[in-house]
Design a protein around this ligand. Structure first.
Ligand SMILES: [Zn+2]
Length: 445
């Protein structure tokens, strides 16, 4: 007996950068996993049936780098360089956040992700107990990290992150996993990074960090430590286990070799990187060197949306423009970054694919829209024409989280009310209080 059967749906499979469509197939789910994909499965064998006619079933998209609760600060810091973005806006404003704010902001971001076909997120933030609570209730899948900064309270932070990891890693039926989250080499000292790396190894978890976002960070790192940010992270032992580095826009051939040798995955967030004017990772070069590259959204305060297909589309366009070659980043490759490579980057087996045995994380995208018809190529329609509103139904771990555009696990009207009620307090500036300090911009960048 199947728990759920999706009938008459086109099924997108991606292998080795090539998309394949299984036309008008049935997809069965049993015990939270995909149990069968075949041209015709008897609906009498299923407890529940969804008619997928006119839809494309895709592996749930994986957002490999986000600060979900920053949905609360969407649009507060526009058209400013990164040091102003941090020092004048984000880090002062974040001192206003309570765990309850983070909870509602996370639910808002998760609602947006589910509505955009995202089924798993690698989140990096604070008040992570509130985030885990929101993830648990929403039914989403998440790899959480408690953002750590150097400062007077390093012991307290590290102990809190350890306690959080021990409490939440592998919970919610293994929908929630936890890694350690040093913010970056420009906000954490090498000795603190080393302590975090040791703690991660003791706990048997990975590391999620920001690396080499700007040319200025690289020159500052070399001036201070004689090493690039990638090498500072490597020296601190952060690459001894699973590691996920966000942005990594400014790297040398030596840096790329170290990332490849140690299996460090890179999460690029092209919209944020373009908006802040900081540069985007040389994705084609990194992939050729053997680095796993995945796609993220970063926080909504820089990216404005949690739409992973938008990130995918932007990255494909950027790489074609950068290389002057329309053949780079073909559709299958860029869709792979948002699915299969995301699973590899998060070291999460059994997601990012639609095949028997995989976790049942998927989205159904409708074809019947003016902006996608006629559909000569379903994968092209998905990447280059679809909009988040075309995502009709989303399933995570076999559970339907959205059906026909209705969220079933998140009370969206209540979330919107809670968020709006907080905005006035959250946007009070107290310039003497900041979460951290972004180093002064260097002119030699
Ligand atoms: Zn980030």
């Amino acid at each position: 007996m199947y728990d759920l059967l999706i009938q008459h749906v086109d099924v997108l499979q991606i292998a080795n950068g090539a998309p394949t469509i299984l036309p008008r197939h049935d997809l069965a789910i049993t015990d939270r996993r995909i149990s069968a994909i075949a041209p015709a499965i008897s609906p009498g064998l299923a407890r529940e049936v969804i008619d997928g006619e006119g839809h494309l079933a895709i592996p749930g998209l994986i957002n490999s780098h986000a600060h979900t609760a920053m949905s609360l600060f969407r649009g507060v810091a526009e058209d400013v360089p990164i040091e102003e973005w941090f020092n004048r806006f984000i880090w002062p404003l974040e001192t206003n956040l309570t765990p309850e704010d983070v909870y509602w902001g996370t639910l808002l971001g998760l609602a947006e992700m589910i509505e955009a076909g995202v089924t798993c997120v690698a989140d990096h933030y604070f008040a992570t107990d509130a985030i885990a609570q929101a993830v648990q209730e929403s039914g989403m899948r998440a790899l959480l990290a408690w953002t750590l900064f150097s400062g007077a309270d390093e012991d307290t932070q590290l102990n809190s992150a350890r306690r959080f990891t021990e409490q939440w890693h592998g919970t919610a039926g293994d929908r929630i996993r936890v890694w350690m989250g040093p913010h970056s080499p420009y906000t954490c000292t090498p000795s603190f990074l080393s302590r975090i790396a040791r703690t991660a190894r003791e706990l048997g978890v990975g590391i999620h960090i920001h690396l080499a976002e700007t040319a200025g960070q690289v020159s500052q790192s070399i001036a201070t430590y004689g090493r690039s940010p990638v090498m500072v992270a490597y020296d601190a032992g952060l690459f001894a286990g699973p590691a996920l580095a966000a942005h990594v826009a400014h790297v040398s051939p030596e840096d790329i070799a170290v990332l490849a040798t140690h299996g460090v995955a890179v999460a690029v967030t092209p919209k944020t990187e373009m908006k802040l004017g900081i540069g985007v990772a040389p994705v084609t070069t990194m992939r050729a060197a053997g680095v796993t590259v995945a796609l993220g959204s970063d926080g909504a305060a820089s990216n404005n949306t949690y739409d992973v297909l938008e990130s995918a589309r932007l990255l494909a366009l950027l790489e074609k423009l950068r290389t002057g070659d329309a053949r780079v980043m073909p559709i299958g490759t860029v869709l792979e970054l948002a699915t299969v490579a995301g699973a590899q980057a998060l070291h999460w087996e059994g997601i990012g694919v639609l095949q028997p045995g995989a976790r049942a994380d998927l989205a159904l995208i409708q074809y019947a829209t003016a902006h996608t018809q006629p559909v000569h190529d379903p994968a092209a329609a998905l990447l280059y024409s679809s909009q988040p509103a075309d995502v009709r139904t989303v399933i995570v771990d076999g559970r339907v989280l959205m059906r026909d555009r209705v969220l079933l696990t998140i009370d969206k009207p209540r979330v919107l009310r809670e968020v709006v009620a907080r905005i006035e307090r959250l946007t009070q500036y107290q310039l003497d209080k900041r979460i951290a300090v972004y180093p002064e911009a260097r002119t030699d960048a």
